[in-house]
Write a protein that binds this ligand. Sequence first.
Ligand SMILES: CC(C)(COP(=O)(O)OP(=O)(O)OC[C@H]1O[C@@H](n2cnc3c(N)ncnc32)[C@H](O)[C@@H]1OP(=O)(O)O)[C@@H](O)C(=O)NCCC(=O)NCCS
Length: 192
Amino acid sequence: MFRDSITRLTIILRTEKWRIIPLLNDRLRYYIWALRLKILGMKLGKGTLVRFPISYRYPNNIKIGQNVLIGEYAFLVAGPNSTITIGNDTKLAANVYVITTMHNYEDTKTPIRLQGNTEKDVTIGKDCWIGRGVTILQGVKIGDGAVVAAGAVVTADVEPYAVVGGIPASFIRRRGQRKDSGDMLRMTDIRG
Ligand SMILES: CC(C)(COP(=O)(O)OP(=O)(O)OC[C@H]1O[C@@H](n2cnc3c(N)ncnc32)[C@H](O)[C@@H]1OP(=O)(O)O)[C@@H](O)C(=O)NCCC(=O)NCCS
């Protein structure tokens, strides 16, 4: 019985090793990566997965909720006096850029690098889906349940459960109100 189990396990390991080894390698890499971010002060909720690699500034000012997915090559730029907050269950696809700082540039006689920065918090709500390659600029609040289309540049607040896209991002529709579907839902149905 015990021998049979060992033989079966050996066969599985032999035949499936090219699937199992990369999976274990990935899991281990994510675990080490998350540990490193936590040591640097980033708040990562339970069940949150940060895909390797991402870039970040001021990790102590980045707060990520539970069961969040942060895709590869995210760039999370918080400042010394500004925070990035991401709510539970939100998904960021790959290459998402979130920034809370901006250079001052109005003075044409002084190099931009000497004009200082402004900082404003960015908040992404719960259960949002931020598409691939989205840029979210300083001061933006994205409401719970919102969807941001791939490639958008978000310069202003996004209503809860809205779908927005484009540059600058503008309203496309509400979730549950697809133009071509007969089953238009009321917002209360979505939230309830
Ligand atoms: C936003 C999104 C979810 C909408 O998908 P959908 O519900 O199938 O909507 P449709 O394709 O029917 O498009 C609805 C409208 O939005 C527009 N639209 C869709 N994607 C857009 C984009 N990325 N930027 C700008 N406008 C977009 C469409 O042109 C269409 O406009 P119209 O009504 O004037 O014709 C989808 O386009 C998207 O960007 N998904 C993200 C994919 C991604 O990043 N995946 C990464 C892996 S997680």
